[in-house]
Ligand binder design. Structure first.
Ligand SMILES: [Fe+2]
Length: 328
């Protein structure tokens, strides 16, 4: 009888732990999605759309259409701050609009995506189930901080030619300082596992491009060093018209990128009037182009940014600029 009671107790404890959201330990391969590589693969980064209930949203869709139509993209990445004060219907509407182009698309979240009439949990669940052309993956309770850290492999002849890595750069921090949050240690451990797994699967380090919303502190360091004439920091394009509003804590992601040798470019949004591209210690640190006129903007810096992955894995970059005068 005692034995039966013990077994029953164990089963009850197991059920309780599962129901309470016990952490999974997913294999790193579960975070990897795939799409077909095409020659000179074009990734359109749209960022800081900030779509809201009160907007004349058709105007914004018409504006986005100018950039999407020009980009001739093979993939679109929505790079965070996709919404501000939007409800579920607006979120569904934007995703349906992006999906209607028939191009694979991915999403990461910004700090403003929680300032809505839905939770980031809901947004994540909705995108996890979206299907169609959406490439998005969140594994709940996986022990990795944030929502939806995942990768999209660009596949050629059964191998990953290039890896697109999407981090959640998180939202706000209210601890020893108050400001923007950072990419956590366990996310960096996840990144290391991902890069090493992909290398093992393909027999060599696979080059990667990272997309996340809030820039890492090296964006500012690189700008400062470029201004000072350092040979480590080459300003290739654009301007920083406001200081980088990065986290005050540096969790070491950039150093890990240097150590692992996979990541060749980091594309962020967040600072709406910055569009610089700096080659810093061999890695491109890139601000995308603000894709909307909401919150604040520079009227000469609105549209989108394109990363082109060439057949030899070299990268090139294009900027698309448009004005709302074209759609009004
Ligand atoms: Fe923003």
């Amino acid at each position: 009888m005692k034995k039966i009671l013990s077994i029953a107790l164990c089963i009850a404890m197991l059920l309780c732990v599962t129901a309470c959201g016990e952490e999974n330990s997913p294999d790193i391969s579960e975070y990897i999605l795939e799409t077909e590589y095409k020659p000179d693969f074009r990734i359109l980064q749209l960022t800081d759309i900030h779509l809201a209930n009160k907007d004349n949203r058709q105007l914004h869709y018409d504006f986005l259409d100018l950039t999407i139509s020009e980009a001739d993209a093979d993939m679109i990445v929505l790079c965070g701050d996709n919404f501000t004060f939007a409800d579920r219907a607006v979120a569904k509407e934007l995703f349906a609009f992006i999906d209607s182009y028939g191009i694979p698309w991915s999403v990461t979240f910004g700090n403003h995506d929680e300032q809505c009439y839905f939770s980031v949990d809901w947004l994540t669940e909705y995108l996890n189930e979206f299907g169609s052309n959406c490439l998005f993956k969140d594994i709940p309770n996986d022990g990795v901080f944030g929502y939806a850290n995942y990768a999209v492999n660009l596949m050629e002849d059964g191998k990953a030619k290039e890896q697109i890595i999407i981090f959640d750069s998180n939202r706000y921090y209210y601890g020893y300082y108050q400001g923007y949050d950072w990419i956590k240690d366990d996310q960096i451990e996840w990144y290391e596992k991902l890069v090493k797994h992909t290398k093992a699967e393909n027999g060599e380090t696979v080059p990667s491009v990272c997309f996340f919303h809030i820039p890492i502190p090296e964006f500012q360091t690189a700008w400062d060093e470029a201004q000072a004439g350092s040979s480590d920091a080459i300003l290739e394009y654009g301007e920083m018209n406001e200081p980088c509003s990065c986290p005050k804590h540096n969790s070491g992601l950039f150093d890990k990128m240097l150590e692992l040798g996979s990541t060749k470019a980091v594309c962020c949004g967040h600072d709406h009037v910055n569009n610089s591209r700096i080659l810093y210690k061999g890695i491109y640190l890139i601000y995308g182009v603000n894709s909307d006129d909401r919150i604040y903007y520079n009227e000469n810096m609105m549209g989108g940014h394109v990363v082109v992955v060439h057949d030899d894995n070299s990268l090139s970059f294009e900027h698309i600029y448009h004005s709302y005068e074209e759609v009004q």
